[in-house]
Structure formats: structure tokens, C-alpha cells
Design a protein around this ligand. Structure first.
Ligand SMILES: Cc1cc2nc3c(=O)[nH]c(=O)nc-3n(C[C@H](O)[C@H](O)[C@H](O)COP(=O)(O)O)c2cc1C
Length: 199
């Protein structure tokens, strides 16, 4: 049995957000195939995640048992991560970056050694998926180098020791005509179900 942390980083209503509709499709199919798994849903907007401030940074250094510590402990305690985050300004919504600043926590998710920093989440097999909807096309073509969100998520998860990271995407939502967009959405949902069965 695995525990899945389902992290949502889109302020839109669920039935308006292409990203959340895609990740919900993934989660529903996953549940069908893994009925005993526990899914913890963390809506970062509902949680009211704030930017790390001076007090929080001091608390991280002293290891104070505060909210930031609890989020980091929660992050370290699960087996699988579903990160649902639209592309914003070539990258991720700031609230997700703020949450990442909570969970990259010394001696919980990484530590320093004589050979530099090492991820502590290598202790067991863990996997993650980044679910993303983008207005344009960034997975290939001339804008691929400008894609910084998926690259960042993969890099920071790798830093903490999570190397098995997949991407589930819907692209061109701001470009395609209605009919072609409906088709692309259907295809992405089919891909979501396929990836969920293997997750
Ligand atoms: C604040 C903001 C910034 C955005 N920046 C980009 C961008 O840099 N590139 C892009 O292709 N689309 C961008 N978009 C469009 C979204 O990525 C697009 O609508 C995507 O399908 C996410 O939709 P969703 O919120 O319905 O999940 C942006 C949208 C918003 C609201």
C-alpha cells in the first residue's frame, strides 16, 4: 500500500482548470487500480501557503516544530507525488515555489555531507508526476528551451532524492480552435488514464 500526496497549485475552480481536470482524471483512474492506497490532497490555495518569511527561516534553522516543519515531514512521509501545476510565465505558480521552499528542509528532505548536499528521499522507491497544462507548446519546437517549470520540478525533486519523475501534459490551450482543443483534451485524458495505471 502506498501513500500519494496530491498537490494542487491552480487557483481556478476545478471545473475551469484544465490542469486540475487532467490531474483529477489521473487520480480517479489511479484510485480504481489502487483502492487501498491513501490519497492526501493538498490544495495549496486552500492551505494558504505563504512566502517564507524571516520567522519561518529562523524556525527552519532551529528546527522549530511549526507549520513549515509539519509540511516537510508530511512530504517526506509519502511514497508518491502528483504535482498539478499549470504553466505560468514559463514556470510554475509562485505558490508552488513557496511550498517547495517549505519542504526542501535540512535533515528532513536533504542533508549536507563532506561531499556536498544529498537527498534524503532516496530511502525507498518514490515516484512523482508533474501534471501541467500550457497555453503554448513547450515540449518540443522553438520554445522548448524556455520551459522552466517542469525542468525546475525535476531538478528540485532530484535534489531531494526523487529521480523517477514523469510529466503528463496538455498544450496549446490558448492556441487551438474549440474543436481541436476538445480533441487535445480527450487525448490528454486518455494519456492520464494510461499513466495512472502504471504509476
Ligand atoms: C498568470 C498566468 C501566466 C501564464 N503564463 C503562460 C506562459 O508563460 N506560457 C503559456 O504557454 N501559457 C501561459 N499561461 C496560460 C496557461 O498555461 C494555460 O491557460 C494553461 O492551459 C493552464 O490552464 P488552467 O489554469 O486551466 O489549468 C498563463 C496563464 C496565467 C493565468
Amino acid at each position: 500500500m502506498s501513500t500519494v500526496l496530491y498537490i494542487k497549485a491552480d487557483p481556478k475552480r476545478e471545473d475551469e482548470s484544465n490542469t486540475i481536470m487532467l490531474s483529477n482524471e489521473f487520480i480517479e483512474e489511479y484510485k480504481k487500480h489502487n483502492p487501498k492506497d491513501e490519497i492526501i490532497t493538498l490544495d495549496l490555495y486552500e492551505e494558504g501557503i505563504k512566502f517564507l518569511d524571516r520567522e519561518m527561516v529562523d524556525g527552519m534553522i532551529s528546527g522549530e516544530l511549526n507549520e513549515v516543519y509539519e509540511y516537510a515531514r508530511q512530504f517526506a512521509g509519502v511514497d508518491k507525488y502528483v504535482i498539478s501545476a499549470p504553466m505560468w510565465n514559463m514556470s510554475i505558480p509562485a505558490i508552488l515555489k513557496a511550498y517547495i521552499d517549505y519542504v526542501v528542509y535540512l535533515d528532513i528532505t536533504f542533508k549536507y555531507t563532506d561531499h556536498g548536499a544529498v537527498g534524503l528521499l532516496k530511502d525507498r522507491p518514490r515516484k512523482a508526476i508533474h501534471v501541467v497544462s500550457r497555453g503554448g507548446e513547450y515540449s518540443s519546437g522553438k520554445s522548448a528551451d524556455h520551459e522552466l517549470g517542469d525542468k525546475y520540478i525535476r531538478t528540485i525533486l532530484g535534489f531531494m532524492g526523487i529521480d523517477d519523475v514523469k510529466t503528463l501534459k496538455l498544450e496549446l490551450t490558448n492556441v487551438l480552435e474549440a474543436e481541436a482543443l476538445d480533441e487535445a483534451i480527450l487525448e490528454s485524458h486518455e494519456e492520464a488514464r494510461r499513466m495512472a495505471r502504471e504509476f
